[in-house]
Design a protein around this ligand. Structure first.
Ligand code: GRG
Length: 294
């Protein structure tokens, strides 16, 4: 895992530089408050799992680092927007994000809504830029794929189902459906996007989607276990916001959920056999996802 940690760190640093260059400069701008809020949330320290997936899958197809980082930044901008809006009082009402006051607490609700809106739209401006890929067709396909993963049939749809299911019982299949939309779709496009940049054959793209779906679910089950643990121990920097919500842990119990996350991580790595050793970092990530502590 030493390699994985080093690569995650390297990608985080390169991504920071890329996002810093792409985000608007607040200096001497009348709308500087908006730009500061965008930078406050996007540049704060996250795990950067989606950018890691983009850069690592793009590497399988010999894509240049600068192209891969453009896509990684776009996906991370979408992810950051979703976190800012999710933290708002009308949604999950969280005062903290990544160990700091959430965007609406640091600024105000209107600014946080606008910062999320501006990050989402910036993502598509970045994807449409020629420096992401010289081919119009490839850029168009990326825009379509990221839009589908983020919108009503992806993450936003999942968030709606999540809000509607508050306080209701859900079957495992319903929870899987919700999570595939809410968190899985962005994981999937992070992986498939690397393959789109590399003009990869459709069978290889499907393989990466299969991998992404398995690690996406394993990630969510682990998230639920970490939440349940924070709740039991009432300690740590994590606040359990899952009260009243159906989660993998409430639906199947902690022990079974732990086993299921492990099975999914193993299943994820089996998708990758066609790539041989070139995909070792993706295998390591699957293990990391189910053993992580935050
Ligand atoms: C508001 C449109 C809209 C969507 C919100 C993704 C999402 C949908 C809400 C996030 C709520 C949440 C905490 C979900 C659990 C899984 C998850 C996506 C956690 C956050 O992702 P990480 O752990 O975050 O990759 P970092 O901070 O490391 O980037």
């Amino acid at each position: 895992m030493a390699d994985l940690e080093k690569v995650l760190q390297d990608i985080s640093e390169s991504l920071y530089e890329k996002m810093d260059a792409l985000l608007p400069d607040p200096q001497n701008a009348r709308e500087s408050r908006l730009y500061e809020a965008m930078r406050y949330s996007a540049l704060s320290e996250g795990k950067r799992l989606r950018p890691f997936l983009t850069v690592t899958t793009a590497n399988l197809f010999g894509v240049s680092k600068s192209s891969a980082l453009q896509l990684a930044a776009a996906v991370e901008f979408v992810h950051t927007y979703s976190l800012i809006h999710d933290d708002l009082p009308a949604m999950d009402d969280d005062d903290f994000r990544r160990g700091h006051p959430s965007c609406h607490k640091q600024y105000d609700e209107a600014t946080a809504i606008l910062a999320g809106d501006a990050l989402l739209t910036l993502a598509f401006e970045v994807l449409a830029d020629k420096s992401t890929h010289t081919s119009n067709a490839v850029r168009c396909e990326l825009i379509t794929s990221v839009a589908r993963a983020s919108g009503g049939k992806g993450m936003v749809g999942g968030q709606m189902v999540d809000l509607l299911s508050d306080g209701k019982e859900m079957s495992i299949n319903e929870i899987i459906h919700l999570q595939r939309l809410k968190t899985g779709a962005l994981f999937a496009v992070s992986c498939e996007g690397g393959a789109i940049l590399g003009n990869a054959a459709s069978n290889l793209r499907n393989i990466l989607r299969g991998y992404a779906h398995d690690i996406g679910l394993a990630f969510q089950i682990t998230d639920d276990l970490l939440d349940a643990n924070a709740n039991d121990n009432n300690k740590g920097g994590r606040v359990d916001k899952s009260a009243g919500k159906a989660t993998f842990v409430t639906a199947m119990g902690a022990e079974k959920a732990k086993d299921q996350a492990k099975i999914l991580a193993e299943q994820a790595t089996r998708h990758l056999s066609v790539f041989g050793k070139k995909a070792d970092l993706l295998r390591d990530l699957a293990s990391y996802i189910v053993t992580r502590r935050s």
